[in-house]
Structures are given as structure tokens and as C-alpha cells.
Design a protein around this ligand. Structure first.
Ligand code: HEC
Length: 467
């Protein structure tokens, strides 16, 4: 009993000492902008429960070290040691907890330029949901990254996940990612459902980490079981990577009902420029996995025939414009280089040769932002919001928003509405902020806007207020 008390005492006093150092550092370097009790001043409060620029200690460390210089947050790289920066971020997170600051509650209403909006919690209790697909107004499927496919009946979550779906490698950014219904689902003998996920190979005999790549299958749901599975895209195993990030994905269909999906660069930028590699590309296949006859690199002997466009870093948003039929993609850039691209066949989008972003440590990736033969983004976000899903609005509930683009962001926890005319972004409005990390945003068959949030795993349903 006695020893225990002593141990506890030492640990506590150790922590307290660390806290005191950090408190001093904070008062000296930070309080004149963020307030001596974190309440904010010329800069935002650091105790309001929101971390606009990322809420992990990694993000906070990075924001202190490299600053957010264009907004006036100085870089402390030269003034403070890494150790001191870590102390401060631990202290800030601890202070925030003590202040009892909780995340701002999900708002019940939103005001936008065009509409006052009701926000309803449509579904809760999901575990890192990744994508939402509607069959009709009643039935939807949602993926959970850990590897569960769940059915929703008017927003009511079936307690039992679908059984027998493929095993996924749920590590890092990987797991069960995209889900989509076949455009002809209701036709007799169709009923196909498509899944994209992180596929891991067996652990290597030499004990190396298992290799992984994005894979695509289709199957049917019979009762509560996944059946009739067919592999549509599985990259050659020698192209699989040991990394656990930048898997890309989303599954969309064009007017001819060909299927498009994206694979991120898997952490190796140079591969995005290498047509023999699956990563860093947007791919197009037939719904049964065959290669469309007019795929741009079909006749190129060294290229993968499924490639539609290349030079991508990590696209996690794909959507077709309802009127023009053009494919748009949103992709995560490095620090300050998230992009919105208009996708054309055979086109090179330049990663990592050109980018508007920097490495996460603030050093340049490349000096050039444009180059002949490489397409410019239509729009880019600096700082990066961590753009994720996109969808064009097309419905009856928000008629003024038809053909406008909804864009969700993870890090900034927002949904934006982009007005795009003739391939150019004319206006951008934040319509939802700080409700949670936005993993998917979908215009539902009923015309409502569905927003899939992580932490907490929730789906919101937005409808206009009656006036
Ligand atoms: C000259 C004023 C200034 C000083 C000094 C300053 N900051 Fe900041 N800080 C800002 C501004 C401006 C922002 C951007 C957000 C905003 O607009 O308020 C910011 C943002 C941040 C963020 C991101 C907050 C979020 O929501 O994600 C963190 C963390 C942060 N500062 C920590 C610190 C720490 C720790 C120190 C001291 C080592 C410090 N800041 C010193 C001005 C300052």
C-alpha cells in the first residue's frame, strides 16, 4: 500500500513539473494571441473544443512547429525544441479536457445564403463510417472502415452487419471503403453491389508486413449474406505496397454505365507518373471488370489498361456532373495542396511533379506549380481542408442548388457548396462546420443532403426549413 502511494505521488509530481514548464512556455510564447487562459484574443480560443487545423497531437505539434503562417500563426521551429513543442501540445490537450470543453454540439439548424436548414440526426452509433449509398428512398448501405457493411432502413441501422463480405486490411487509412449499387440494380438478374477496400496479402515468409492495395469486387446480398462475389479489379501482387495510407477510392458510373474508381499513390508519389503501376490513378472498367475498348492506354503495352487518368495523389471524391456528364475528382494534397480536378481521359494531373502544396514539414516538394502536358486543378485549397467526398446536388428540396457541388472535408470538418460554371468555380460557401470529420456527402433520392461524419460516427440529414 505504502509503495503504491509513493509511486503515484512520483508520477503525479513528474507530470505536474512537465505541466509547469509547458505552462510557462505557453504564457511566454502564446498567451498574447491565444489569451492567458486559452480563451482567445487576436487568435482563436484553444479551449473551445474545436481544432480547426487538426485535433491529433501530431497536427497540433505540426501547427506549432511550422505555423499557419498565412493566417498569422508563427512557426516555432527555430524558437522551441521538438521536446518543448510536444510538452505544449500535451498541455493544451490536457487543459482542454480539464476545461470540460466538449465538441460543439451538432447544430439543429443552419443558415446559408439560399436556405435555412433543419439538421436531423438520421443515424448514429456507427464506427468510422466511410461511404453511404442509396438504393431508393428507403434502403441504403453504409460501410464502416473496420470491415462492416451495414444496412439502413429509412435511417434505422440493422444491428447485424452483412455476413461474408471480403476480408479487409483495416490498418491506417485502410479498410472497407466505398460501396455502390449497380445503376441497373432493379433489372432482373442484376442486383449487383460494388465494394472497394484495402486488400492485404498474406504476411511475407520473411516476416515482413503484409502488402496491400485497393481492390474492387461485386456481389449480391441474399438475406443477410454476401453472395456471388466476383473480383473486378485486383492489381498484380508485385505492385502491392507495405504502406497503409492513400488508398483513394469511391465508385461512380458514367452514362454508359462504365465504372470509375480511384487509387491513391499509396505513399509513393513517383508511381503516380508510372503507367505500369495501379497507384496514383483513376481507373475505368466495365461493370463486369472488362476493359472498355476506348480506354486511353489500352494500346500502350507497358501501361495498365484500366488507367483513365494519372498523376493523382489521393482522390477520395468522385462525381459526375448531372448535366455535362463530366467526371470531377477531389483529392487530398500535401500541406496546402488539396485539389478539385475535372477529369479527362489520358490526362496527367501532375502529382508529384507539380503541386500547390508543401511537405508536412514545410519544405517544398517541387518549385513548380505548372508544367506543359500536366493539367492544372480547377480549384485548390490552401491551407488544405482535407477534402474527401463530393457530390453534385440534383434534387427537388434545394432547387437553387441543382448542379452545385457539395464538398466534404475531414480536417476542417466542413461541407462546402461550390458554384461551378463552365468548368470554373465561381463561388464557395461553407454550409456546415465543426459537426465532425466529414467522410461522405450524398444527395439522397429524396433530395435531402446526407452528411456522413466520423467521431462520432453519425449521418446527418439536411432539409430546408418550411417558410
Ligand atoms: C502572433 C499571434 C500568435 C501567436 C504568438 C501564437 N499563435 Fe497560434 N494561432 C494564431 C493564429 C492567427 C491562428 C489561426 C487561427 C485563428 O485564426 O485564430 C493560430 C492557430 C493555432 C493553432 C491551431 C488551432 C486549431 O484550431 O487547430 C494552434 C494549436 C496554435 N495556434 C497554438 C499556438 C501555440 C502553442 C503558440 C505558442 C507556442 C501559439 N499558437 C502562438 C496566432 C498566434
Amino acid at each position: 500500500m505504502k509503495t503504491l502511494t509513493i509511486i503515484v505521488f512520483t508520477v503525479c509530481s513528474g507530470l505536474a513539473a512537465l505541466g509547469q514548464d509547458a505552462a510557462k512556455l505557453y504564457q511566454t510564447h502564446c498567451s498574447h494571441c491565444h489569451g492567458n487562459t486559452f480563451q482567445g484574443g487576436s487568435a482563436k480560443s484553444l479551449a473551445d473544443g474545436t481544432w480547426q487545423f487538426g485535433d491529433t497531437s501530431g497536427h497540433i505539434n505540426r501547427n506549432i512547429k511550422f505555423g499557419i503562417t498565412h493566417l498569422g500563426m508563427p512557426a516555432y521551429e527555430k524558437t522551441l525544441s521538438d521536446q518543448q513543442i510536444k510538452q505544449i501540445s500535451t498541455y493544451l490537450l490536457e487543459m482542454q479536457k480539464q476545461a470540460g470543453a466538449t465538441k460543439s454540439p451538432i447544430p439543429e439548424t443552419l443558415q446559408t445564403l439560399d436556405y435555412d436548414i433543419n439538421v436531423e440526426i438520421w443515424t448514429e452509433g456507427l464506427e468510422v463510417p466511410w461511404s453511404l449509398a442509396f438504393l431508393d428512398e428507403k434502403t441504403a448501405l453504409v460501410t464502416e472502415r473496420s470491415g462492416r457493411l451495414r444496412t439502413l432502413d429509412k435511417g434505422r441501422l440493422h444491428s447485424k452487419p452483412i455476413e461474408g463480405i471480403p476480408e479487409v486490411l483495416a490498418e491506417g487509412q485502410g479498410g472497407l471503403l466505398a460501396v455502390a449499387f449497380d445503376p441497373d440494380y432493379h433489372e432482373e438478374g442484376n442486383q449487383w453491389i460494388y465494394l472497394a477496400f484495402s486488400h492485404g496479402l498474406e504476411i511475407q515468409p520473411n516476416g515482413r508486413r503484409s502488402l496491400a492495395m485497393t481492390k474492387l469486387v461485386r456481389g449480391r446480398i441474399n438475406g443477410n449474406d454476401w453472395t456471388d462475389e466476383e473480383t473486378l479489379f485486383e492489381a498484380p501482387h508485385e505492385t502491392y505496397r507495405t504502406t497503409r495510407h492513400h488508398y483513394g477510392t469511391r465508385i461512380v458510373f458514367d452514362e454508359k454505365k462504365d465504372l470509375y474508381f480511384a487509387i491513391g499513390d499509396r505513399g509513393t508519389g513517383a508511381h503516380a507518373q508510372d503507367l505500369s503501376k495501379p497507384n496514383g490513378k483513376i481507373h475505368r472498367i466495365r461493370r463486369d471488370g472488362r476493359i472498355p475498348r476506348d480506354n486511353p492506354f489500352r494500346r500502350n503495352k507497358t501501361a495498365m489498361p484500366s488507367i483513365f487518368s494519372y498523376g493523382h495523389r489521393n482522390p477520395q471524391g468522385l462525381a459526375f456532373h448531372p448535366q455535362t456528364g463530366h467526371l470531377w475528382s477531389a483529392e487530398h494534397g500535401p500541406l496546402g495542396g488539396d485539389e478539385l480536378n475535372l477529369i479527362a481521359p489520358g490526362t496527367n494531373y501532375g502529382w508529384p511533379i507539380i503541386t500547390y502544396g508543401k511537405n508536412y514539414n514545410g519544405t517544398p516538394i517541387t518549385d513548380i506549380v505548372r508544367k506543359e502536358g500536366m493539367e492544372q486543378p480547377v480549384w485548390y485549397w490552401r491551407p488544405s481542408t482535407a477534402v474527401c467526398a463530393i457530390d453534385f446536388y440534383h434534387g427537388d428540396l434545394f432547387p437553387k442548388w441543382n448542379n452545385k457541388l457539395l464538398v466534404g472535408a475531414l480536417k476542417y470538418e466542413d461541407v462546402r457548396l461550390l458554384d461551378i460554371e463552365n468548368g470554373r468555380v465561381m463561388h464557395e460557401e461553407v454550409i456546415l462546420k465543426n459537426a465532425g470529420r466529414v467522410r461522405d456527402v450524398v444527395c439522397g433520392p429524396d433530395g435531402a443532403i446526407y452528411v456522413v461524419l466520423n467521431n462520432p460516427g453519425t449521418i446527418l440529414r439536411l432539409t430546408p426549413k418550411e417558410d
